[in-house]
Write a protein of this length. Structure first.
Length: 295
């Protein structure tokens, strides 16, 4: 294999990592190396970037791992990679940076649409390939065995949280969108009990508010289910169970396609695990629709 051409700036480096994640690059990185590189890309202005020793200590990997990573990306050594990492003094705003692929493209709109569809096909394929059945079954059991379920997500993930609440309410009544009432998030979480379940959902760049809500829930002794994007998510260590969905794509922000699919899987899984209760709830739902003549 020929040595790949090394990225010359942070944008090229981010673009390369996106290509690697979707299997469209000749560069191949293992899960450990990909995780390390994603963490490095988020370390703008971090003093740990000033030496390979401090960087390896922060990432909790060997210096040789970082050296191999640099060479795999086409750099002769870590120093060459370091120059690129230190070349950007201030990062672009997240959403503007994420949108650059679409905004700067000279492709016709229909080709951009095809590209985004392919990206989401890749994400769904990755979700299937790395599906953790044991964690999924634990998540279904947590939801079905808990008396009351609250779901929380903000910005884009408010839509994800709302969809999950809607789906679970089709088969049980005690599911709530945290903070949807006039009381606000603080008062809402204060009313929850240790026997209740909190589901939180977010991905990079992780919402501080969601992390804080998960922390409060753990302090109250509540079980927490996290739906996030990977082991590096700060929600993982705050959760009893974590489910992962990929999101990198050419969409102008984080893609929710695989997250919504995972939510559908959870809703179906919970329904199948409690068939009698689900059938009764769905029958009552149909009865109410007919009673109110809802079309």
């Amino acid at each position: 294999m020929t040595t790949p051409e090394a990225p010359t700036n942070m944008q090229e480096l981010r673009d390369l990592m996106l290509e690697i994640a979707h299997g469209r690059s000749q560069v191949r990185l293992g899960p450990k190396a990909r995780k390390a590189m994603q963490e490095i890309l988020e370390m703008d202005r971090d003093p740990a970037l000033l030496s390979i020793t401090s960087l390896s200590a922060k990432l909790k990997v060997n210096s040789s791992t970082i050296s191999r990573l640099a060479r795999s990306l086409g750099y002769p050594n870590f120093g060459a990679l370091q120059q690129v990492l230190l070349s950007s003094s201030t990062p672009a705003p997240f959403y503007s940076d994420h949108a650059r692929t679409a905004l700067d493209s000279e492709l016709p709109s229909h080709q951009l649409a095809h590209q985004l569809c392919r990206d989401n096909q890749d994400n769904i394929g990755y979700l299937m390939q790395h599906f953790d059945g044991a964690s999924f079954d634990k998540a279904v059991a947590l939801i079905n065995e808990t008396q009351r379920v609250s779901v929380y997500g903000i910005r884009q993930f408010h839509a994800m949280a709302s969809f999950l609440v809607y789906g679970l309410r089709m088969i049980r009544s005690d599911v709530h969108l945290l903070g949807s009432s006039d009381l606000g998030v603080a008062e809402a979480i204060a009313s929850l009990d240790p026997q209740d379940l909190l589901i939180v959902t977010s991905c990079a760049p992780y919402s501080r508010g969601v992390i804080e809500v998960a922390q409060v829930a753990r302090e109250k002794g509540m079980p927490v289910l996290a739906i996030t994007d990977g082991l590096e998510s700060p929600l993982v260590e705050l959760s009893n169970v974590a489910l992962f969905a990929p999101h990198e794509s050419s969409f102008i922000s984080n893609s929710l396609t695989s997250f919504i699919l995972l939510a559908e899987c959870l809703i179906n899984g919970c329904a199948a695990a409690s068939p009698e209760r689900s059938e009764q709830a769905l029958a009552e739902r149909d009865r109410m629709i007919q009673a109110f003549n809802i079309e």
